[in-house]
Write a protein that binds this ligand. Sequence first.
Ligand code: FES
Length: 358
Amino acid sequence: MAQDDHSGAELAAADSSHAANVPAVKTGTALIQADAFENPGFPPHRPRVTDEDPKKERRAQRTVYTLFYLSILGSVWAIAAYMLFPIESNDVGAVRLNNMFIGLGATLALLGIGFGAVHWAKALMEDVELADERHKIGGNEVARAGAVKVFQDADRESGFTRRSVIRNSLIGALVVFPLPAIVLFRGWAPQDEHPVELLSHTMWQKGTRLALDPSGAPIKAADVTIGSAFHVIPEGLNDLEHGRLEQKAKAAVLLMRLNPEDLNENVNRTSWSYNGIVAYSKICTHVGCPVALYEQHTHHLLCPCHQSQFDVADHCKVIFGPAKRPLPQLPIAVDDEGYLIAQSDFTEPVGPSFWERH
Ligand code: FES
């Protein structure tokens, strides 16, 4: 016993007077407050049906490995569903079927492992109550030997080595479970083309008219008044049968008209604008969100995702935020009918900075 100078509470060394039915633990010099109530100890142990009836034990064992095999079946089905129900462009029904059957397979795979493991632990692993006393995080011989013993006991109690059918079916389920993810992620990449090449070019080419998003109507230079901003797509984008969204994700442009005196143009780029009308990629160079907010008075573009700001008057240089390079500029001109056209594709990859490093 010891006396706490500050509170006057009666303290006891932890190993001196704890309940008799709790194993003695070395606590060093630690003191704990004397218990106000006697430790009632563990309730009497109640054996499970699987402890007493070998038939029920075998049935539980069958249930566990059946669940693990079902998990394998679910994983394999998810892969098969990916092949059997491909996503057809513009077919919502195909997307729904694809998602539903892959989801069902993944659900079965996950639940099979989860329920199997829980049932194994509840019905078959050794069922004892014990107090896990705190002790020093040690590194001495005795502690290490104790750790090894814990693993050996866990192995013996769970039957991990002994119940080889269950163990192997669990290992099989865990090995097969990630396979659907590999197949799905692979499916995202283009099959026949180099992905970096694909991202380096857009639909814009010499003579492509700038058109309003989403109508696709071409834009006349005379209709762009000072201070205005347009969301722009290449003319013809809406007529694409395949890959419209992919093309739009690269080719989206913002068109603005400033007072030409406000433009601080690089001498090499004076021919890239027309009467103060400039066009820049709408895809943020940070991580690719659409830069959609234009502040007319300051000529600043703001990306709402992480607040990068670009100065339109100064070739869309980054003036704030995490983006690391300016928005690529689309060189524009006017055709014989007065419509705005592109002089070429972008001269650098659009989007996150990663892609300029290939
Ligand atoms: S994506 Fe634009 S700031 Fe992050």
